[in-house]
Design a protein around this ligand. Structure first.
Ligand code: MRU
Length: 349
């Protein structure tokens, strides 16, 4: 059975950027048109488009939009406008390295083409943004194939946050093997952590898996230990926002706790990461910038006050799982185990 994936980020032939507003899910499936670089920044910041690969794709298209009307008289005046918008988009969220990776890729392209007419540079930017999107689809499918070699028919997998189709071009990273298993007629069930405070697991992972006919069970985050203790989970697979050179991996807040629980229950803990999520220039997890978000996400998420007004709040959006808790990192190039510092470096040779 093939799955009908919803594309969360599209750029049409008329040069219009559309994104699925993920803040409205699961009740409303609404696509919004992004008309400016400010709209793009805002959509990323507010998590209308979210998930590391999708953020990179949206930013690439956002930069294309931003320079549509940029001056064409000289490279310098064009580049000034291009770089200003690039830096602005790079300030939207700090943790997912895919954002910077995609923007740098466009930057490199523009610098290489500086002797070309600006109209041609603009055309190549559109082409490159499409390539970033199309490549992501291939990377995710390959991650799914490799991840599937670690799973067996009849297993139940636990996941945290949403690393699914809508967080990428297609298939997702952590969820890619689940979709491929479905296509191949295998029976793999999923426990989805609800993922406090913004409920990406409850709102998004369950929604997309249910649409695909996958057997998914929602649990509150604090139930993961119990389902593991009861032997109801045979593997954990999560996505990730940035893997450091030593294999430490930043992902949605709560992932570190899940990794500790998996270790305590002798359950393999896998991180799915395409190479654009691997940041060889960041030595360890300590060096990964962790986004802190507004207190209202905890005290009044979705408009309901659940804490006294004025209470002190700490709201980091991500945590870092140390590499020694990670059984394997699943990339599009294969399953990486053992000495992560050595093995990850080899991916970029
Ligand atoms: O804050 P979010 O919803 O963007 O966080 C997303 C995650 O933590 C995902 O697991 C990660 O970006 C991987 S998406 C393939």
């Amino acid at each position: 059975m093939t799955t009908n994936f919803i594309q969360s980020v599209t750029f049409d032939d008329q040069g219009r950027l559309h994104i699925l507003d993920q803040t409205k899910l699961p009740h409303i499936t609404e696509f919004i048109e992004i008309e400016s670089v400010e709209d793009t920044w805002d959509a990323i910041k507010q998590l209308k488009v979210r998930g590391a690969p999708a953020i990179g794709i949206a930013a690439a298209y956002g930069l294309v939009l931003a320079v549509k009307d940029a001056p064409e008289d000289s490279f310098d005046s064009f580049y000034q406008v291009f770089k200003k918008h690039l830096d602005y988009l790079a300030s939207s969220r700090p943790t997912a390295v895919n954002l910077f990776w995609a923007l740098n890729r466009l930057d490199e392209l523009v610098k290489q083409q500086q002797t070309q007419p600006i109209s041609e540079i603009k055309a190549s930017l559109i082409k490159e943004a499409h390539e970033i999107r199309n490549e992501d689809e291939e990377l995710c499918r390959a991650i799914g194939e490799h991840a599937l070699t670690l799973l067996e028919d009849g297993m139940t997998v636990l996941t945290h946050c949403n690393a699914g189709g809508i967080a990428t071009a297609k298939y997702g990273t952590a969820l890619a093997p689940i979709y491929l298993a479905k296509e191949k007629g295998m029976d793999i069930k999923v426990f989805a952590d609800e993922t406090r405070p913004l409920l990406q697991g409850a709102r998004l992972t369950t929604w997309e898996l249910m649409q695909a006919g996958v057997d998914v069970t929602l649990i509150a985050d604090n139930m993961a230990a119990m389902v593991m203790k009861k032997g109801m989970v045979q593997a954990v697979i999560v996505g990730c926002d940035r893997v450091a050179a030593n294999g430490d991996a930043a992902n949605k807040i709560g992932t570190y706790g899940v990794a500790l629980l998996a270790k305590a229950h002798n359950i393999p803990f896998y991180v799915a990461a395409p190479t654009p999520t691997i940041d060889i220039d960041t030595p360890t997890g300590e060096d990964i910038p962790i986004e802190e978000r507004g207190s209202e996400e905890i005290t009044q998420a979705f408009g309901i006050e659940t804490a006294p007004q004025g209470v002190n709040v700490f709201n980091p959006a991500f945590d870092v799982t140390p590499h020694d808790l990670i059984t394997a990192i699943i990339t599009e190039k294969g399953v990486i185990k053992g000495n992560y510092s050595e093995e990850l470096k080899k991916l970029f040779i």
